[in-house]
Design a protein around this ligand. Structure first.
Ligand code: TXA
Ligand code: MG
Length: 320
C-alpha cells in the first residue's frame, strides 16, 4: 500500500523519478505526475483507468508561471486568474508546444489551475515542472476529499500520498473558458458562479453534454457511487422504501429522521450551511456507498451559492 505522510521532499523525489503521488488540494485530492513527462502522464491514465480522450488539468504554483505553458490568458479570463488564483478555478487556455498532447488529449487548449493548499503550494514551488493531476479516484467514481479515500482506491498502485487533511472546499474546481467570445462555465465547482459573475458579468453555463462532450466531466453519469442513488422528497422516498422493505441510507441537507438508525443517515450541514455541505458531500457518499444497504436516498439542496454545484454532483450520481 502507499505510504501516507507529510514529507514534501519524498513526494518531490518520487515525482522527479516519474512516479505518481497523491496530493491534497483545497478542492479534492489529485493523482499527480510530471506534466511534461509523457511516461508519467501515461501512468496517470492507466492508474485511474481513465480514457485518454479525457484531458488533464495542469497545476502550477503561481500565476506568473502559467505563462510558461500557455500562449496567453485572454481577457476577461485574466481578471478571473488575478482574482481567484490560487483557488478552486480552472481556466481553459491556448497551450504552448511544451505541454504534451497526451495532457490535453490533442486539444489546443490546456486546463490550468493554481491550487490553494499549503503543502501542495510548497511542493509545486520546489518542483521545476508543473503537475498533471486529475482527481485521485478510479474514472467515474466519487472524488476523494481525504488521504484515506485515495489510499482505499489507489493505494496499491502508487507509492506515496501527501496527507493534507480534509479538503476545505470538497468539490472539484469550477472550469471556465471562452466559447464564441463568451465566458463559458464547463463544470460547476468549488468557486461560486456568483463570484465569477461579479468579475465578468453574465456567463454561459454549458455543463451538460450527452455525446462528444468537450469535457467528460460533463457526462451526465459521473462522480457516481456504486449503489443506486435516488433523489427526491426524502419523506416520500423513506416511506416508499420502508414499505418495499428495501434497506436504504439517507443523505439530507440538515434534517434528521428519528425513525432511521442514526448511522444510516448523514446530514451534510446540521446548521444548513452550503459551504459546509459541499465539504462533506463526497465523504458522505463514500461512507454510505460502503454500508450494508441497497440504495442511497438523497434530496436536492437550495440552488444558490455552492448549492448549484452540489446539486450538479447529486444529479450526476443519480444517473445510472
Ligand atoms: O479540483 C480539481 O479540478 C481537481 C484537483 C485535483 O485539481 N482535479 C480534477 O481533475 O477534478 P479531473 O481530471 O478529475 O477533472 C478535470 C476535468 C475533466 O472533466 C476534463 O475533461 C476537463 O477537466 N478538462 C481538462 N482539460 C480540458 C480541456 N483542455 N478542455 C476541456 N475540458 C478539459
Ligand atoms: Mg475527476
Amino acid at each position: 500500500m502507499a505510504q501516507i505522510g507529510k514529507d514534501i521532499s519524498q513526494a518531490k523525489s518520487l515525482l522527479e523519478q516519474g512516479q505518481l503521488v497523491g496530493i491534497p488540494t483545497e478542492t479534492v485530492y489529485g493523482l499527480a505526475g510530471n506534466a511534461l513527462n509523457p511516461d508519467a502522464v501515461a501512468k496517470i491514465f492507466a492508474t485511474k483507468n481513465r480514457p485518454v480522450f479525457d484531458p488533464l488539468i495542469l497545476h502550477t504554483s503561481a500565476l506568473e508561471r502559467v505563462h510558461e505553458f500557455v500562449i496567453e490568458i485572454p481577457f476577461p479570463l485574466d481578471l478571473l486568474a488575478a482574482k481567484f488564483w490560487p483557488g478552486p478555478l480552472t481556466l481553459l487556455l491556448p497551450k504552448k508546444g511544451i505541454v504534451p498532447d497526451l495532457v490535453t488529449s490533442g486539444l489546443d487548449t490546456v486546463a490550468v489551475r493554481v491550487p490553494n493548499h499549503p503543502l501542495t503550494q510548497q511542493l509545486l514551488s520546489e518542483l521545476d515542472f508543473p503537475l498533471a493531476a486529475p482527481s485521485a479516484n478510479p474514472f467515474g467514481y466519487i472524488s476523494p476529499t481525504k488521504a484515506s479515500h485515495v489510499e482505499d482506491q489507489l493505494g496499491e498502485k502508487i507509492a506515496y500520498i501527501l496527507d493534507g487533511g480534509d479538503c476545505e472546499v470538497g468539490l472539484e474546481s469550477t472550469i471556465v473558458g471562452i466559447e464564441e467570445g463568451k465566458v463559458t462555465v464547463y463544470r460547476l465547482g468549488g468557486l461560486d458562479l456568483n463570484d465569477i459573475k461579479e468579475v465578468v458579468g453574465e456567463v454561459n453555463v454549458m455543463t451538460h453534454s450527452t455525446s462528444n462532450p468537450k469535457s467528460p466531466g460533463m457526462l451526465k453519469s459521473h462522480y457516481s457511487p456504486t449503489k443506486p442513488f435516488i433523489i427526491g422528497n426524502l419523506k416520500v422516498l423513506i416511506s416508499e422504501y420502508s414499505k418495499k422493505g428495501i434497506p436504504f441510507a439517507v443523505i439530507s441537507f440538515h434534517q434528521t429522521f428519528p425513525s432511521i438508525n442514526h448511522a444510516k443517515q448523514i446530514q451534510l450541514s446540521k446548521v444548513g450551511d452550503l459551504n459546509e455541505a459541499a465539504k462533506n458531500l463526497f465523504a458522505a457518499m463514500r461512507t454510505l456507498d460502503t454500508m450494508d444497504v441497497s440504495v442511497i436516498l438523497s434530496e436536492l439542496l437550495p440552488e444558490d451559492g455552492l448549492g448549484r454545484a452540489i446539486n450538479d454532483r447529486l444529479r450526476r450520481a443519480a444517473v445510472q
